[in-house]
Ligand binder design. Sequence first.
Ligand SMILES: Cc1ncc(COP(=O)(O)O)c(C=O)c1O
Length: 385
Amino acid sequence: MRTAQRIANLPPYLFAEIDRKKAAKTAQGIDVISLGIGDPDTPTPEHIVDAMATAIRNPANHQYPSYVGAPRYRAACAQWMRSRFDVNLDSDTEVLALIGSKEGIAHLFTAFVDLGEYTLVPGCGYPVYHTGGIMVGGLTHWMPMTEENGFLADFESAPADVLAKAKMMFISYPNNPTSAIATEAYFDKAIAFAREHDILLIHDNAYSEIGFDGYAAPSILERPGARDVAIELFSCSKTYNMTGWRVAFACGNHEAIKALGTVKSNIDSGVFTAVQDAAIEAMLGPQDSTRELCDLYRRRRDLVLEALRKIGIQAATPKATIFVWARVPEGFTSTSFAEKVLQEANVIVAPGSAYGPSGEGFVRISLTTPDDRLEEAVRRIEATL
Ligand SMILES: Cc1ncc(COP(=O)(O)O)c(C=O)c1O
């Protein structure tokens, strides 16, 4: 079979690799604890499931969905943005339904990047920011992220020849995998930079609602001038434990929203309308479940941090997201440590280098595992050191 070169050019998809290794061990009867993938272990809240049960019985929902999202879904997204961030959007032109934010990220490349053009990608970040470019023959410029710069992707060091051919720039705070958060000043600099170089700025806010110790993440669209150059992505996946439902939205600059909508209307047929109805209930219904989720992750965060520090592994205390970003012990690389932990402790942690060059020297530990299994995992890691 003669597949396209772009398939051969793709690096192995991190999570598929992790699944493969886990399956091989499990097949040998070994109990593997996966702290690799960030997929909530607790169910979608009952009232959202109930809304879906009603919506699925509505025959009008059984037909092709709207490409851009049902007007009532887009209105709900706009209402959520208004009540959460005081950002006012025109739901007709500035909001677009997505089949999960991963879909939106991938299709942005088709909308904006031609052969040989660059995307500015966080030095470590969600893998599709990089692989999406490979799919369209685009190029990645990795923006350095270091502990010293607070893991704020450094766009200012991008060389002039890259900038001359750059079309998009991704940033994402609260950040996966580092759990870093951004300042308003950083957003303002990114907006000015995107304006100066005529680049579409995409702020991926997938973890907007998962904050601890009083931290509530901002929207980049709160910042002056953002709407001239930026769009922002929000997802029901982590906020409402809806990873399997595939529902998210893009909002912001109307020309970018239109371009992405044009791509989508030629490729997919939108989000199942019943799922959009369930997402409306998620966004406009009671928000207690998200608060409880934050309490759960905060408790697990503290449990993991305490255990890691006891065994001499350094990790900052995250204010947001479902991840702990930990420095690997002396003498290890990200992958050699992750491999040791897998082989000797039967625990999966994600090697930081799999998220990009700035991830070297770290591993990512996901908090989406029940407390007792998390404790057991850290005990097992301790026994290997
Ligand atoms: C930063 C970031 N963006 C986007 C996604 C994709 O989320 P979804 O497609 O489920 O909305 C994820 C998933 O883990 C993520 O971590």
